[in-house]
Write a protein that binds this ligand. Structure first.
Ligand code: GRF
Length: 192
């Protein structure tokens, strides 16, 4: 397992596809007192990902791979990660499924945040399915990435109550607030 040694921080890459609120949250966390991680790289499959703006704001390198040819792009990403001595990957709203080859060839842990109480509601449209099924609770999960979708070992979870008049938007907003607490907590649990 990766540990930060002395003043050496854990060099982290964050993978995004969209808004990047979890990315921003992780950047802020990395700048907090006694933080053990430093975010060195932002990787996206989407040129239009809003979260890419944080690269400029916080002067963090960014690189976009379209995943037109996933095998080739993953190879390029692995090279880039190695070149930048990255030893932790945090997926944060990254919409591509990384291959088994990529996961086994990266030399450190890969974490993901998923907006449900895994193992329930893997995959997409979690909030809609939760509401349709009249669940009393949903939540979010930080887990290790394995070659099976949303199935790696769970690090931490947070429950969120589903309210009577909830819709996808309301529920996802309340869960996102908890995601922003959970990801840093999970990193602390693993690396501090
Ligand atoms: C989050 O709900 C995350 O759990 C899911 O995608 C969303 C990304 O949001 N995987 P953001 O781009 O971090 O704002």
């Amino acid at each position: 397992m990766v540990k930060s040694i002395g003043l050496n921080k854990i060099k982290t890459a964050v993978f995004i596809s969209g808004t990047g609120s979890n990315l921003l949250n992780l950047i802020k966390f990395s700048k907090s007192k006694n933080s053990k991680i430093s975010i060195e790289l932002i990787i996206s499959n989407n040129f239009r990902a809003k979260g890419l703006k944080y690269s400029k704001i916080y002067k963090i390198k960014k690189k976009i791979f379209k995943f037109g040819n996933q095998r080739k792009d993953e190879k390029k990403i692995l090279y880039l990660l190695k070149k930048n001595k990255i030893n932790l990957i945090c997926l944060a709203g990254f919409m591509k499924i990384l291959s088994k080859n990529f996961i086994t060839n990266f030399r450190g842990p890969i974490l993901n945040i998923h907006p449900s109480l895994l193992p329930k509601y893997k995959g997409l449209n979690t909030h809609k399915r939760v509401i349709d099924n009249e669940e009393k609770f949903s939540g979010c999960t930080v887990h290790f990435v394995s070659s099976r979708l949303d199935s790696g070992k769970i690090v931490l979870q947070k429950k969120v109550k589903v309210l009577k008049n909830d819709n996808e938007e309301k529920l996802s907003k309340r869960i996102l607030i908890q995601e922003h607490k959970l990801y840093p907590m999970a990193l602390k649990k693993l690396f501090y």
